[in-house]
Ligand binder design. Sequence first.
Ligand SMILES: [Zn+2]
Length: 258
Amino acid sequence: MRILRRLKPGTRGRHVLAWTATVAVAAVGVAGCADTPGGQQPTTGPTPTPAAPTTTPFNSTPASPVRRPAPNPTASAMAGGQKVIFFTFDDGPDPHWTPTVLQVLRRYGAHATFFEVGDMQSAHPGFSEQVTAAGNTIGSHSVSHRILTTLPPGDLHHEVFDGPASTCFRPPDGATNPRVRAAIRAAGMVQVLWNIDPRDWARPGTPAIVHNILTHARPGAVILLHDGGGNRTQTIAALNQALPILKTRGYTFPPLNC
Ligand SMILES: [Zn+2]
C-alpha cells in the first residue's frame, strides 16, 4: 500500500484523551451529518455526487488534484440485510497491540477497520501489511494526530492528504467542521466517526467496556476502540468477551469498505 512518509519516525501523535461525547454518529460519506450528537442511525444512503470543483478548494495551500468521491463504507456490507457490526481500532499500528487485536479477530472470524496514524506507520513498518493480509481494512487517522479544526490551511491539507492511503478518514478526537470535511472530500475520502464509544481509551475496566458494547450494539453500528495510544489490555479482554456474545446474537463483523 502507499504510505506517504514525511515526518521523522518515532514521533507520536497526541493520544485521544478529549472525547467530548460518549456516543456520536458515524458520518459515512454524507455531508453535514457528522456533528449530530446522540445515538441515531448512521446515514447509510448512497453518497451524493458533488459537482466537480474546478478550482483548488483551499486558499494558500498547494494545488492538488481533486479526487473522485469515495463510496459509502458501510453500504456493501449492509446490502445483504445481515446483522453486521463494524469494529474500528484507532491510533495504531502498534507493534504489540495491533497483532494482538488481529489474533482475537481471527479467533472469532471477525474483521475490522484500523484507522492508522501516518507517523505510527512510519515508526512501525510492516504492521499495516499484517492488518490487510488478514482481510481487514485501513482508514486514515491523519499524519500526526493533531486536532484538525484549528489548523492553518497548509497544515490541514498535509494532515489529510499525506496520511495513510484510504478512502476513509477519521479526524483525531472526532473533531470536525465544514473545513475539515471539505478537505476530506477533496482528498477523495469520506469521514467516518462512530456510533458506540465504549471509552476503552480511558481504561474504565473490562466489564464496563463489554457492557457498553453489548448494551449499544445494533445492526450497522460502528464501534470505536483503540490498538494504540497506551496499554490496551482491557480492550483485548473486552473484545474476547464481546465478540462471542455478539456472534450468538447473530452478528457478523465485516470491515468497512475503505
Ligand atoms: Zn485517535
